[in-house]
Design a protein around this ligand. Structure first.
Ligand code: GLU
Length: 128
């Protein structure tokens, strides 16, 4: 089962989100990631495997989101880990399954034809 945590406030977001993800590790997951913002740009760190890898770095900003993934659509690969970012303006994490993601992807291909960077169902939300 995946885990989601978000923070916005006065403190550095990264260590708070990291601590939250560690508390949710018991739920099980295959990848993990964090996206933060300093109001100028988005910063991203994600990979397969344990939250441990997120301890090797930090990201700036006092807001952010974090995710532990339990893959349902798309293999356990770095490109399929959450969060996802588009145009340095919008970031997404998602828990669950989008059952009509193939139909939605097909609709998007016929209209804005976005560049999909993952094999997940989740990424379709980003482009919608
Ligand atoms: N369906 C999404 C994926 O495979 C989310 C999985 C989850 O809930 O962690 O990336």
């Amino acid at each position: 089962m995946c885990g989601i945590i978000g923070y916005i406030g006065q403190k550095e977001a990264y260590p708070i989100i990291l601590a939250g993800l560690e508390r949710m590790e018991y739920r099980g997951y295959d990848s993990s990631g964090i996206c933060t913002s300093d109001n100028q740009q988005l910063f991203l760190k994600k990979d397969i495997g344990r939250v441990e890898h997120l301890k090797k770095t930090t990201l700036p900003g006092n807001k952010g989101i974090g995710h532990t993934r339990w893959a349902t659509h798309g293999g356990v690969l770095q490109k399929n880990a959450h969060p996802f970012i588009i145009n340095n303006t919008f970031t997404l994490i998602h828990n669950g399954i989008i059952e009509n993601h193939l139909e939605l992807k097909e609709q998007l291909r016929k209209t804005i034809n976005p560049q999909f960077t993952s094999d997940t169902d989740s990424e379709v939300i980003l482009h919608l």
